[in-house]
Write a protein that binds this ligand. Structure first.
Ligand SMILES: *Cc1c(COP(=O)(O)O)cnc(C)c1O
Length: 408
């Protein structure tokens, strides 16, 4: 008799975005004449850059010729050129990596979800609160938590990100084993300073813990003093795994390409240097046959001078959207965080409204769809996320509507 993985039933109250879609549809059914404006989902909207398009076309042509055709790569870790190019990119941040420490994948979400599988079931997990949902949900599904009680899973350590701490948490005051950190952060838009990351690295070394560092928005950091990789911080190679993606800075959300760094120096209680790198390689080779070779070879164009400049322009476009949204909201007296080194704005709901009440108000009065902060964790209650991914004219229209119609 087959049975289900009952851990799925622990997942709290459905997924955030279906509930947003449901409420939006209810509103549209009642007001068929209205067209809503979306500043909600973190999805890119602008086309791929010229260099990437040329690279992808060229990669397709390589697959058309018998001399250059490739099937499976030698392993699921990635095409050698891509692993090499990514390792080299870190040299720019003063970080020395070997290509064997770079694992190419179909995206940062799957790596964020799967990475927990190389760690023991009794590891205590700490997450930023609020957080990108996959860190928590992957550990719930694998059985590392109890039930959700008052929006918190039993057995999970929540590290609250609040206004007082600049939305970067303090290190835990108890012993934890796996620590998920995302910087620049989705949803708060906060970015970790070198000193803040150093505190986590020092904690991890002291407790033989591992930091799982999601740097999917590192390309959005515009201040050279802020770390773009956790390995810029002393000691991080012995205690951190870094996950990153082409999705947000290259517009690959639908194309799919990401990577994970598992340094040879990484150690835990029962595994010395190289062991976790081997385990992740084993995991990928067992469950995964590698990211698309067309996508990997095409994306090599990103590492040219021209390719890099075009990515910078793409990022600048979204960050101008962020500036427009921030200025518009501030003109109404709304308190807004983020949107400087990340494409997200994190606003404090006016008059201490709940996140979902503000969602309904913004939708019914301004016809704008955003994302309730409480959907990312209990400490997100009373906050609201707006995304700066969008066509400029749509963003301007949404901001103008908020300014004209939102009653505060
Ligand atoms: C968008 C996003 C990712 C990207 O995931 P992909 O699977 O590479 O598209 C990863 N982490 C965070 C925090 C994100 O917001």
């Amino acid at each position: 008799m087959a049975s289900i993985n009952a851990n799925y039933d622990k997942l709290a109250a459905g997924y955030l975005f279906p509930e947003i879609a449901r409420r939006t549809q209810v509103f549209l059914d009642a007001h068929p004449e209205v067209s809503v404006m979306r500043l909600g989902i973190g999805n890119t909207t602008e086309p791929l850059t010229k260099s990437v398009i040329a690279g992808l076309h060229d990669a397709v042509d390589q697959m058309a010729r018998v001399e250059t055709y490739r099937g499976y790569a030698d392993g699921g870790e990635g095409e050698p050129e891509m692993r090499e190019a990514l390792a080299k990119r870190y040299a720019k941040y003063g970080v020395e990596l070997d290509a064997s420490e770079v694992f190419v994948s179909d995206g940062a979400k799957s790596d964020s979800a799967n990475i927990q599988s190389i760690f023991g079931m009794d590891n205590v997990i700490a997450v930023q609160d609020p957080a990108y949902p996959v860190y928590v949900d992957s550990n719930v599904i694998s059985g590392r938590t109890g039930e959700a009680v008052n929006d918190q899973y039993e057995g999970l350590i929540y590290m609250p990100c609040k206004e007082e701490n600049g939305f970067m948490p303090e290190v835990p005051d108890q012993k934890v084993d796996l620590i998920y950190i995302c910087s620049p952060n989705n949803p708060t838009g906060a970015v970790a300073t070198r000193a803040q990351l150093q505190a986590f690295v020092d904690y991890a070394i002291e407790h033989k813990a591992v930091i799982i560092y999601d740097a999917a928005y590192a390309g959005y950091i515009s201040d050279a003093d802020l770390p773009r990789s956790i390995y810029e911080v002393e000691g991080a190679k012995s205690c951190a795994i870094e996950i990153n993606s082409f999705s947000k800075d290259t517009g690959f959300t639908g194309v799919r390409l990401g990577w994970t760094i598992v340094p040879m120096d990484l150690i835990v209680e029962d595994a010395g240097a190289g062991k976790l790198n081997t385990l992740w390689g084993r995991r990928q080779n067992t469950f995964f046959n590698g990211a698309s070779n067309i996508v990997q070879l095409g994306a090599l164009s990103v590492f040219t001078e021209e390719g890099e400049r075009e990515c910078q322009e793409l990022i600048a476009y979204y960050m101008e959207n962020a500036r427009i949204i921030r200025a518009g909201l501030r003109s109404l007296g709304i308190t807004v965080f983020g949107g400087v080194h990340a494409p997200y704005l994190w606003l404090k709901t006016p008059n201490s409204m709940s996140s979902w009440d503000f969602f309904d108000k913004l939708l019914s009065e301004a016809h704008v769809v955003g994302t309730p902060g409480s959907g990312f964790g209990p400490a997100g209650e009373g906050y609201f996320r707006l995304s700066s991914f969008g066509h400029r004219e749509d963003v301007e229209r949404a901001v103008a509507s908020i300014q004209a119609n939102l009653k505060i």
